[in-house]
Design a binder for this molecule. Structure first.
Ligand SMILES: Cc1cc2nc3c(=O)[nH]c(=O)nc-3n(C[C@H](O)[C@H](O)[C@H](O)COP(=O)(O)OP(=O)(O)OC[C@H]3O[C@@H](n4cnc5c(N)ncnc54)[C@H](O)[C@@H]3O)c2cc1C
Length: 381
């Protein structure tokens, strides 16, 4: 079979697989250090993604250091948080660090434009295989192969690559699905992120840069499967929470139909697999109720690019040291947060515990703020 000749035959310093927040951040940081970067992404920008679209402010200083200012781009400053049970118990608090409401449509595109302006090369195609031999990676995509000294895996929650790499979670059936859509609402509070529970799941509401309110929820398949479609599920289950019922009644959908993804895994994953440095959700997904997955994706990309910069400048190219250093730092920053997120999700989905917890937190906001602080990091400078 004749093979396409491509202009990209020279070996790159780093190939990044996946151009979401983790992959794009790593591309900006590494190209800023002067390395030659090639990034593969399946979908052209801009595109919508299933996500709560609330970014913790812990990553704002770092993003600004990289030249990306979310507020200047129109992101909404979020300072208040409310949480409710399915039967309508609710408490509100002020977030100590706060966050920004911005759509993934805009956020990913801002990072993409920055990466492109720094000389990162993009190929919009799916990577089907990554092999490592003789100290070189070979990345296969649509019948072509590309070579690099290092590879960052930033391909999100789940990809066929996980099976190729024999990652345990990819062979298990997963129980969670997620749905997201934007809505026009006449008076949704500008500075608020709200987390509302319903049977078998919970959803977040917050504003984005153009005034649209994002509603994104996670639901357990056991509850969802009893209904024929998303509309029926929204009407019967989600709307049992009075705040969500009011939201649906008062708002108008902007999307033709909601986006949905299934088979979401919160299982433990390894941050290094077959010498590939994994970032963002590819290294581990925190439960969305923590509102911290995007910050973790960006932070992990920072850790990976710093460790990789040292490795690429090291004449000995000590790969063991790179992998050991990255794993150590990843565990330091994220392992406990993921553990806490798992425990919290179990409590949140248990009505009895949730009602008791909210009563307690209602008496002392300190408890709620303590829980929030356990799932978030400190500002990354
Ligand atoms: C329901 C839900 C709500 C959430 N809400 C929030 C929230 O409010 N705040 C928050 O901080 N976090 C939230 N998160 C988590 C957050 O969305 C993720 O942690 C974040 O998107 C991770 O970024 P990433 O770069 O790792 O992955 P992604 O953004 O998923 O990017 C991965 C990219 O890789 C590409 N890709 C995949 N396979 C391949 C391949 N083989 N070849 C080439 N490209 C490939 C994909 O097209 C994709 O663009 C939520 C998650 C869920 C499920």
């Amino acid at each position: 079979m004749e093979r396409r000749i491509l202009p990209l035959l020279e070996k790159k310093d780093v190939i990044i697989v996946g151009g979401g927040l983790a992959g794009l951040t790593a591309a900006i940081a590494l190209s800023g250090f002067g390395h030659r970067i090639l990034l593969f992404e399946t979908n052209a920008y801009p595109h919508h993604k299933v996500c709560g679209e609330y970014v913790s402010n812990e990553v704002r200083p770092y993003l600004e250091h990289l030249g990306v200012d979310l507020i200047a781009a129109g992101g909404v400053s979020i300072t208040d948080f409310e949480i409710s049970t399915p039967n309508g118990n609710k408490i509100t608090t002020t977030l100590s660090l706060g966050g920004t409401g911005i759509s993934r449509f805009l956020f990913d595109e801002l990072l993409y434009n920055k990466a492109k302006s720094q000389g990162v090369e993009f190929i919009f195609a799916k990577v089907g295989n990554i092999q490592f031999a003789a100290n070189t990676f070979t990345v296969a995509s649509e019948g072509n192969t590309y070579h690099a000294t290092a590879v960052i895996g930033a391909y999100g929650k789940r990809s066929s690559l996980d099976k190729t790499l024999k990652r345990a979670f990819s062979f298990k059936k997963q129980d969670w699905l997620a749905v997201k859509a934007h809505y026009k609402h006449p008076n949704f509070a500008e500075n608020l992120v709200a987390l509302h529970n319903f049977e078998g799941g919970y959803g977040g509401l917050s504003k984005t840069e153009n005034g649209a309110v994002n509603f994104c929820y996670l639901a357990h398949y056991d509850t969802f499967k009893k209904y024929t479609d998303i509309d029926a599920f929204n009407r019967v289950v989600v709307s049992k929470n009075p705040y969500l019922r009011d939201f649906f009644e008062e708002s108008e959908p902007i999307f033709d139909k909601p986006l949905a993804i299934a088979q979401i895994s919160f299982d433990k994953k390894a941050p290094v697999v077959n010498h590939i440095i994994m970032c963002g959700d590819t290294a581990g997904l925190i439960h969305p109720l923590c509102g911290n997955g995007m910050a973790m994706a960006i932070h992990s990309a920072k850790l990976a690019s710093e460790a990789m910069h040292v490795f690429l400048n090291d004449p000995k190219k000590d790969r063991n040291k790179l992998e050991h250093e990255y794993t150590k730092r990843w565990n330091t920053f994220f392992r406990n947060r993921l553990w806490f997120g798992r425990k919290l999700q179990r409590l949140l989905l248990d009505d009895k515990w949730m009602n008791a917890g909210l009563k307690l937190a209602g008496r002392s906001k300190g408890i709620l703020n303590y829980v929030i602080s356990k799932t978030h990091g400190k500002p990354i400078l």
